[in-house]
Design a protein around this ligand. Structure first.
Ligand code: ACO
Length: 428
């Protein structure tokens, strides 16, 4: 693309190159703007029109409802792949060969022990602590136990930091859940697959042998894959920007976990289930809640609806909706909140307020129903999202570090007081 973008400010004109992505997306490269224009910057709250980086990891087209990891469609991966090979694909760019996958898994298993002193930190949290707070704190604490993961200047150091956190984060996730359920902490088993081991660590009881339910395993595998990356969302951008100061991988991930916690982001999956539960308790009158969601004087929003980028069906939501039906059928669970969810969806899809604003169900709308059917407590839903998003965050952090991106440091337009004279407190 040889065209340029022209900008006129007063009597001055400037030209900027256009950058074209592999899917023909266009961007105006304004890197030189401030320098050539004597300090003019662009402003874009919420970064709705601002690209923060070039990335070869995930492609999404929100208008068409397309999501691909490294060129592979999310539908294909959710149907055919396992989570560990998707993690490898995201982080290293290609699907692993059999040998590469075996080695990757062996390296992860080798590093999966979490220092026993981390248990003492976990013990100090109250039982009522939200597990996202626990996960973020313990992920950050891991830095102290693994100082070599901070300065990762060689490929080997980077690889070691990656396999360590791929091994240790599932342990922290399961410990956070076991604390809620009052179960003794464990380490699962190195003889199991990655997802199977996550299940064993989360669900096994000290007094009975744990058998993997293949339906639950397949559903969990699918959910983790669907959550594994979503390009420059709030938590991923957080990981990249924290990592851009060359803070360590674990500290960057801890910041990403905190960003994910918010109800406008990953925290929505907990909020959706609580909303569906509240509607059911209130008699199941979905029309009443639709009216609340549309009322601009009412802070209520239909959780699990709308997305910054998707202005069409979230392709992940389509897959999860089918999976929710399958899991509930297979497990023989009749969950009335699935009916509440389905009627809310139908009403929203036919309501001009939602249609005009292109508000469709997002990834979080049905995921909580599956998590609940699996026996995962509602506070753990966003933690499960974090576990799925781990490879995406790692891939984005690695790409940022290998690309030698500069430290993230936005500008601002100052709107405060101009210079004022200080008055001593007695004179104020
Ligand atoms: N319920 C009711 N109205 C909504 C909703 C909703 N869930 N979402 C957006 N709207 C309305 C807004 O009020 C606004 O209306 P207006 O134009 O009349 O003022 C319009 O739709 C546009 O909404 P914005 O908030 O400007 O859109 P934005 O892109 O900033 O926000 C977001 C996207 C945060 C996801 C929003 O849709 C939302 O709050 N949804 C509910 C929370 C949720 O499900 N989050 C999970 C997102 S997926 C993820 O992070 C994994």
């Amino acid at each position: 693309m040889s065209e340029t973008a022209k900008l006129k400010i007063g009597d001055n004109s400037y030209e900027f190159p256009l950058i074209e992505g592999s899917e023909n997306e266009l961007a105006i490269d304004i890197k030189t703007l401030r320098g050539v224009s004597n300090g003019v910057i662009t402003i874009d709250p919420g970064y709705k029109n601002t690209g923060a980086c070039k990335s070869a990891i995930t492609f999404l087209n929100g208008e068409k409802g397309v999501l691909r990891y490294r060129g592979y469609s999310i539908e294909d991966l959710a149907e055919k792949a396992n989570f560990l090979e998707v993690a490898y694909l995201l982080i290293f760019g290609e699907l692993p060969t059999k040998d590469q996958l075996v080695k990757f898994h062996a390296d992860i298993k080798d590093k999966a022990i979490v220092d026993d002193d981390v248990r003492k930190i976990l013990d100090a949290f109250p039982k009522t602590a939200h597990p996202m707070g626990i996960l973020s704190s313990l992920t950050s604490a891991l830095t102290a136990f693994n100082p070599s993961s901070v300065n990762v200047d060689s490929d080997e150091e980077m690889y070691q930091a990656i396999v360590k956190i791929m091994g240790k984060l599932p342990v922290l996730v399961s410990w956070a859940m076991r604390k809620i359920n009052g179960l003794p902490l464990n380490y699962g088993s190195n003889s199991l697959g990655y997802v199977e081991n996550v299940m064993s660590m989360m669900f096994s009881k000290p007094n009975e042998e744990y058998t993997i339910n293949p339906i639950v395993r397949d559903a969990l595998n699918k959910l983790l894959i669907l959550h594994a990356d979503h390009e420059q969302n709030c938590s991923t951008s957080t990981v990249r920007i924290v990592g851009s100061s060359h803070a360590g991988l674990f500290a960057s991930l801890s910041a990403g976990i905190s960003a994910l916690w918010g109800p406008l982001h990953g925290g929505a999956n907990q909020a959706v289930l609580e909303m569906l539960e509240a509607i059911k308790e209130d008699g199941g009158d979905t029309k009443k809640y639709m009216a609340k969601a549309k009322d601009k004087n009412d802070p209520f929003r239909l959780m699990g609806f709308g997305h910054r980028v998707y202005k069409n069906f979230d392709p992940r939501a389509k897959i999860i909706k089918v999976a929710a039906d399958q899991v509930l059928n297979d497990l023989g669970i009749d969950d009335p909140i699935l009916d509440v969810a389905k009627s809310l969806e139908q009403e929203a899809l036919n309501d001009p307020y939602f249609v005009d604003r292109k508000l469709y169900p997002n990834v979080d709308f049905y995921s909580g129903i599956i998590y609940r059917a699996m026996g995962i407590p509602v506070e753990m839903f966003t933690v499960m999202f974090a576990l799925g998003r781990l490879p995406g965050w790692i891939a984005q952090w690695r790409e940022m570090r290998l690309g030698k991106e500069p430290i993230g440091r936005p500008r601002q337009i100052y709107t405060g007081e101009t210079l004022r004279e200080f008055k001593a407190v007695q004179k104020r």
